[in-house]
Design a binder for this molecule. Structure first.
Ligand code: GLU
Ligand code: MG
Length: 461
């Protein structure tokens, strides 16, 4: 809902919401959206100005569609340059008071033209459109991203050298020691998310030094993408309050184990989970299998969206549990599509597929929209999955090893540029701007070593 379609009613509601926020001590609201470089950008308004923002939007240049991770600006056929303006419209239903940033709230924003039309390159509108399109044919989704992050200490000097990843804990992978070392920090993360209404499923220390992970409950896809911004910025804020810093970058140390931001997906028709109770492999229904086969076939192109940055391809390598092979398997953590049936008895609700080739440099709205588009296009095609991979694909002989997913941004964008389903779903202004950012970032880092790439992007995401 935005001010252009029903300005007066939205204005009234916004006035009410603003009064409620003021009563809760909220001074300002951040209107947030995620750009094609995967960076969350904002304009903020004092709470007293929220009603105005709801009614008339807040200005922001369309040139942000071609911003890169280092804030350099490229251009594309339809979008680029200093001229023009868009309006950010905060989504009041998704507004949340930020627990770890006292006095602040955040609201995901949709981007509209000054005439009130959807901006053709608005990623959140794209996600909503794809979800609605599937929904019109009775196909709905439950989705949840998982968050792996590195929690780092500052070097104590805050000088130019304060870029190194100094783990904020020293305990072993998955070790209780880390939970003890970071007990106050972890408690504050969990408490803040609870206060913001985010249902956390689980929290644990991950494999890499200083790496933690949090998983949250599945929601509708657009909410799942909204949660990426909310959860990450909350963790970032709690980290700052503890004198620490969080990195959701695909890689924080060259050659190490990266941060994934895996996406769990289940698909539903008539109240039934398509991944359970069927005659296909591991209980997949025929339509569930078709949809997964469709997603699997389009994975090289999807990677351009789900692993879009140059450091993404330092992470997406074999034997790091990042899912770099174009294959599927029950609980196979080296497969890009890991099928999860859940515990016996819970499967009708629990069964889902985990897309592992996703990281924190992705725009989550593009990821959920692309997955919804692929699922919707292929659910009724009667596609069959290829043979399941039940071992580490890297250990298979050449002849039977599944294909590697793209090994670079350039390979992935090649695949996306030739993918009719995703191309048509995104539409040229969005696709063109998105590809332009990929090309500019590939060029930006072409002369850099893996260490240089990681150093330049470590604290950006
Ligand atoms: N850190 C791994 C990644 O880069 C994932 C580990 C896991 O399976 O949770 O995706
Ligand atoms: Mg993990």
């Amino acid at each position: 809902m935005n001010g252009v379609t029903d300005g007066a009613a939205d204005g009234d509601r916004a006035t009410e919401v603003a009064a409620g926020l003021t009563a809760r001590g909220v001074t300002a609201v951040a209107l947030a959206w995620v750009d094609n470089a995967g960076i969350t950008r904002v304009k903020t308004v004092p709470t007293a100005r929220l009603a105005h923002a709801i009614r008339w939007g807040v200005g922001m240049s369309p040139v942000f569609d071609v911003f890169c991770v280092d804030d350099s600006i490229t251009t594309s056929r339809h979008i680029g340059g200093p001229v023009g303006d868009l309006r950010l419209y905060p989504d009041l239903d998704a507004l949340r008071v930020l627990d770890a940033q006292p006095g602040w709230a955040i609201a995901p924003a949709d981007r509209l033209t000054q005439d009130g039309d959807a901006h053709p390159a608005c990623q959140r509108s794209f996600a909503r459109r794809m979800v609605e399109r599937a929904g019109a044919d009775g196909l709905t989704f439950r989705m949840a991203f998982e968050f792996e992050w590195f929690v780092g200490a500052h070097n104590g000097v805050h000088d130019a050298g304060d870029n190194e990843p100094i783990p904020a804990c020293t305990g072993p992978a998955y070790g209780m020691t880390r939970v003890v070392e970071l007990a106050d920090y972890a408690r504050d993360v969990l408490a803040a998310l609870a206060a913001e209404g985010v249902a956390v499923d689980q929290f644990h220390p991950e494999y890499a030094p200083g790496q933690l992970e949090l998983s949250i409950a599945a929601t509708d896809p657009v909410t799942a993408a909204d949660r990426v911004v909310l959860v990450r910025e909350t963790i970032r804020a709690v980290s700052a309050r503890h004198g620490l810093r969080a990195s959701f970058a695909p890689m924080v140390s060259a050659g190490g184990v990266g941060n994934g931001q895996h996406l769990h997906v289940s698909a539903w028709e008539n109240g039934t989970n398509l991944f359970a109770g069927g005659e296909g492999p591991h209980g997949l229904t025929g339509r569930g299998e078709s949809l997964l086969a469709g997603v699997l076939a389009h994975l090289p192109a999807l990677c351009a969206i789900s692993a879009p940055s140059v450091p993404s391809y330092l992470r997406l390598v074999p034997q790091h549990w990042a899912g770099p092979f174009q294959c599927w398997g029950l609980e196979n953590r080296e497969a890009a599509l890991r099928l999860i049936t859940g515990t016996a008895g819970s499967r009708a609700s629990a069964a889902n597929a985990e897309l592992k080739c996703v990281d924190g440099s992705a725009n989550p709205y593009l990821v959920v929209g692309a997955v919804a588009a692929l699922a919707h296009t292929t659910v009724a095609k009667g596609l069959r999955l290829p043979a399941e991979v039940t071992v580490d694909p890297a250990e298979l002989p050449d002849a039977t090893r599944p294909a590697r997913l793209p090994r670079s941004v350039t390979e992935a964008t090649e695949a996306l540029a030739h993918d009719d389903v995703l191309g048509a779903a995104l539409g040229e202004p969005l696709l063109g701007a998105f590809l332009a950012v990929r090309a500019a970032e590939a060029e930006l880092f072409a002369p850099s070593s893996p260490e240089g790439i990681v150093a330049a992007t470590r604290w950006k995401y």
